[in-house]
Ligand binder design. Sequence first.
Ligand code: MN
Ligand code: MN
Length: 466
Amino acid sequence: MSEHKKEYKNAWTSYTQEDLKEVFAYADRYKHFISENKTERECVRTMVKEAEQAGYQNIEELILANTKLKAGDKIYANYKDKTLILCCIGQKSLEDGVNLLGAHLDSPRLDLKPNPLYEDTDIALFKTHYYGGVKKYHWVALPLAIHGVVAKKNGEVVNIVIGEDENDPVIGISDLLIHLAREQMEKKLGEAIAGEDLNICLGTIPLVGEEKNKVKANILKLLYDQYGIVEEDLVSSEIEIVPAGKARDYGLDRSMVIGYGQDDRVCSYASFEAQLEVVDPVKTTVTVLVDKEEIGSVGASGAHSKFFENTMAEILNLVEEYSSLKLRRMLARSKMLSSDVTAGYDPNHPTVLEKNNAAYFGKGVVFNKYTGSKGKSGSNEANAEYVAELRKLMEDNNIIWQTSELGRLDLGGGGTIAYILANYGMDVIDCGVAVHSMHAPWEITNKADIYEMKKAYVAFLENALK
Ligand code: MN
Ligand code: MN
């Protein structure tokens, strides 16, 4: 290794046969997770199930029973099936701070409007309202699936997944045929497909005996027969339209993963596995997986919500005598890896990144000292001392890592949840993996990077930094 200028290594060249087996096995588990879990609710439910199997207990029950927690105890807090906090109590006092991993579970998609269903020329359709930063032209002419919940007035919540089983039908949004697209092709890319054009084709068979809107009536009958829901129930639903199908190996050498929702489930899943893997930590370990990052981390289930702070207060209270001062010390003395994806250098789009400060496929987990746009605006910037500690931690644990900025200056930019937790005074750095086609229906990551990321999280949770 160079003593002076850091040469970022290609992780693939460092692997033994044994390592490669682990790299691919991890990628298989991850692919399975993102194939089965395409909404924040699905992610939280699956993670709660797996956490319980690993000995995590529901904090609500512990509060009710007034249980006292000790080192090694594991708890989780599930906020409305959208945000999840996992915690393993360490040997050190909570006042010394916790080692915190954070990532988000929501991904760009198309949501249904409150009154979504209509009929036009004997075709039934859903109106959608896109969620997060999507290029609308990505969402036409591909098979889509329906995932979500419908809450009925009687309190029942119906789960819906249509389009993932091979024998399921899929749905989709039609594009204009090239033969008649002269006007469309002359439009700017961002305007060629408008938000109100993202209407989903649901069916064409009229219901016999109906007077009007017969096709819509037939779709409603199908929904009623299958799920017991009526049109009005859609007002109290959260239905997400996502790409249909499983995540797959990508590249002839199978070195990459193509899948939906990798921003930011690639980091959420790595954080989750690391959290479960580390038992009996020195410092208390916490993983917080939030919702609503893609729309500004707002709302009750977003990173700005008091849910995190309240849960940390409850945890403190379950371990020792609570005080507000102790809570504040605990938060201020914590260290965080705020995990989110970053732009990977892409030979198809070489000009948007500055080569010396870009993230590259295969070069491991990425640390971004800061994000933001227009002169670091809106970013959390990690302290130099903290970055140095992490460099040492990575090198001591043989973890391949690299550093990057999101892109060339003044082309755009973006933020993460890092600055929100940094408000408590804790050390926070942005950390994650490089992605190609970020925010497209099918995003691409590199298996070496996601493996190194998971190793980095385990090392971070296991080691009590200063
Ligand atoms: Mn993200
Ligand atoms: Mn994003």
